[in-house]
Design a protein around this ligand. Structure first.
Ligand code: SF4
Ligand code: SF4
Length: 201
């Protein structure tokens, strides 16, 4: 509420850098042994793409506070502007909510040249969320075919990357992987800025 009142008095306050990442929405450091991870994210070390950040493994795995979990193949062609088409292939709604937040005044993705578009024909990248089933495979193909090349494929959240708690779906080759269940807005922004050729957030 304080933020809201301050915003009314001074104009909109945008975060210049991440200040509010919840510790659990960050990398996990292995410090012991743990059996019983619901997604088998701990085998040889910790697999961020499988982790649903349920905290069952604490204190054997502890959060480091570092939100920069994504891996991204940079494409400097999108340095000036980067238009994204979100595609839900079967989510619980969590990833969608966090993705929407990066357009809020607090995070303001537009200052980094990142925008949403309602048409895959105008998109540079597709943000895929949820577990891909056989039924949605054709929808994904048609969407990706409609995006002009070069295009960036982004997997957002444990469901899209590994199946998360739901179970493995159809595999998708991607340029950007954004771990989390759901990923925090800070992790998402960091990934998208890197994907367009920047240093991250
Ligand atoms: S937080 Fe949960 S899903 Fe992630 S490694 Fe620990 S037990 Fe597994
Ligand atoms: S990754 Fe987590 S938040 Fe995202 S759709 Fe799957 S269950 Fe929901």
């Amino acid at each position: 509420m304080n933020w809201f009142l301050r915003g009314l008095r001074r104009g909109v306050k945008t975060e210049s850098k991440p200040t509010s990442t919840p510790p659990w929405a960050s990398l996990l450091k292995v410090e012991g042994n743990f059996q019983g991870c619901p997604t088998n994210a701990i085998e040889d070390g910790w697999d961020s793409g499988k982790c649903i950040f349920c905290r069952r493994c604490y204190p054997s795995l502890k959060p480091t506070g570092d939100h920069r979990m994504a891996s991204a193949r940079a494409n400097p062609m999108f340095r000036r502007s980067f238009y994204l088409y979100p595609l839900d292939v079967g989510t619980c709604g969590g990833c969608n909510s966090e993705l929407k937040l990066i357009s809020s005044p607090q995070y303001d993705m537009t200052r980094f040249g990142i925008f949403f578009t309602n048409s895959p024909r105008h998109a540079d990248g597709v943000v895929i969320m949820g577990v891909l089933t056989e039924g949605m495979r054709e929808v994904l193909k048609e969407t990706l075919d409609a995006v002009p090349s070069p295009k960036v494929i982004i997997l957002l959240g444990a469901c899209a990357i590994s199946g998360g708690v739901v179970g493995e779906g159809v595999k998708i080759e991607a340029d950007v992987i954004v771990p989390g269940c759901p990923p925090s807005p800070n992790t998402i922004l960091d990934a998208l800025i890197k994907a367009k050729g920047g240093k991250g957030w």
